[in-house]
Design a protein around this ligand. Structure first.
Ligand code: SF4
Ligand code: SF4
Length: 381
């Protein structure tokens, strides 16, 4: 990179002094949103740096795919971590989001867990760390970056090597917004050293605020504050939802178009699924002898696979969407419902008028607001 000739686009005026220090001779240009394709083409060949909000980098670097003779770097805004510019391979895309379960079991065993953790079997307790490392390394050959990685469970703090998973993800994807998603109940008993390592890797905690979590909130915050790690408590979670159709719809489009989870791509054991439902419903099949599809996912080691194809597939209705309702049906949250006590009706919805007509209309009306609120809530640290 030649810092003297760099064109630097930035969207946060507070960052200007830092950018001036990095690029004293550079051409620093403030943009309210993102630079358009015409301006980028005019800057090539040369060096372009995007010091923009993390969530803008997927679209803006994809525009550079057609440019020739240009070196592209990013400084993802809002992470407070990746201070140094990161080189971008513009022949690969950036993925918006990945979640991954480092343990499939959970200490809370919620009724109707959306990842079916309360149905997980003994043969699948942990995502092997070597396998996790290999899978993320392979993901790096498909995508130059991932905007957000959420390390989850089950309950991820049941995995005693949680800090190593976090450090591995940070090393391979220095550009990502990295979170551990937890019900928080074990946080007061996690060692300060482990919490410090997680914080030092630029990772924070997303805490799902279930009723037992709310009761321990003070203890949880004290543990995190003493280790200097930030966290984000979700809104109180008093309802779950049922989403699994008993009979599939004729087309996947209505459910996909109404869905608020299309971004929830899930990685595990060499497979990448468009969402956690497509990934995890095999647990429901095993427990209840059902036959929902288990093949709506990519083998990331398929030599013919490329990241652009994955993104294209994830942006459109896919086969498993036929098995999802177009409107989610609430069910009151209840903890401690392990596999023997679980029922198919904890997840499944029948083809009633309310489920197939009223609920989809309601969801359609509130979808935009729900997506905006979730994005706002998850941005907070
Ligand atoms: S806390 Fe509940 S919803 Fe979250 S993983 Fe555990 S069982 Fe599932
Ligand atoms: S299968 Fe389709 S409709 Fe169902 S949750 Fe995933 S993306 Fe949404």
């Amino acid at each position: 990179m030649n810092p003297e000739t760099a064109v630097v686009y930035y969207d946060d005026k507070k960052e200007l002094p830092r950018l001036r220090g990095l690029y004293p001779q550079g051409d620093l240009r403030y943009v309210k949103d993102s630079p358009d394709a015409t301006r980028l083409a005019a800057d090539a060949p040369g060096t372009v740096v995007f010091a923009l909000a993390n969530e803008k980098l997927q679209a803006v670097t994809a525009l550079c795919r057609s440019l020739r003779g240009v070196s592209v770097y990013v400084i993802p805004g809002g992470l407070g971590f990746a201070a140094a510019p990161l080189a971008v391979d513009v022949f690969k895309p950036r993925l918006d989001y990945v979640e991954t379960e480092i343990t499939r079991v959970c200490n809370l065993n919620c009724r109707g867990c959306c990842d079916y953790s309360n149905l997980a079997q003994d043969d699948e307790i942990y995502y092997d760390l070597d396998r996790f490392t290999a899978d993320l390394t392979r993901m790096k050959t498909l995508f130059w970056g991932i905007a957000k990685i959420r390390i989850m469970g089950g309950e991820p703090l049941l995995n005693p090597r949680v800090a190593e998973y976090v450090e591995t993800a940070r090393r391979i994807f220095p550009d990502c917004d990295l979170r551990v998603v937890t019900n928080g109940l074990l946080l007061p008993s996690v060692s300060t050293d482990t919490l410090r390592r997680i914080g030092a890797a630029g990772c924070s905690f997303d805490i799902s605020n279930y009723p037992p979590t709310a009761k321990k909130k003070k203890e949880i915050l004290a543990a995190l504050h003493s280790a200097g790690v930030s966290c984000n408590f979700s809104v109180p979670m008093r309802y779950f939802f049922r989403n699994l159709r008993v009979t599939p719809a004729g087309s996947p489009a209505p459910a996909f178009n109404n869905c608020i989870f299309t971004h929830c791509h899930m990685l595990g054991n060499g497979r990448l699924a468009p969402c956690s439902f497509a990934f995890c419903t095999y647990r429901f099949n095993r427990r209840f002898g059902a036959a929902y599809p288990e093949d709506d996912l990519f083998d990331i080691y398929d030599p013919a696979l490329d990241g652009w194809r994955v993104i294209e597939a994830f942006s459109a209705p896919h086969p498993f969407c036929r098995y999802c309702g177009s409107g989610i049906i609430p069910i009151r949250w209840k903890g401690h419902c392990p596999s023997p006590q679980a029922r198919e009706s904890d997840w499944q919805i029948k083809d009633t008028f309310i489920n197939t007509v009223i609920a989809p209309q309601l969801q359609s009306a509130v979808k935009k607001t729900a997506v905006a609120l979730r994005a706002q809530n998850q941005k907070k640290n």
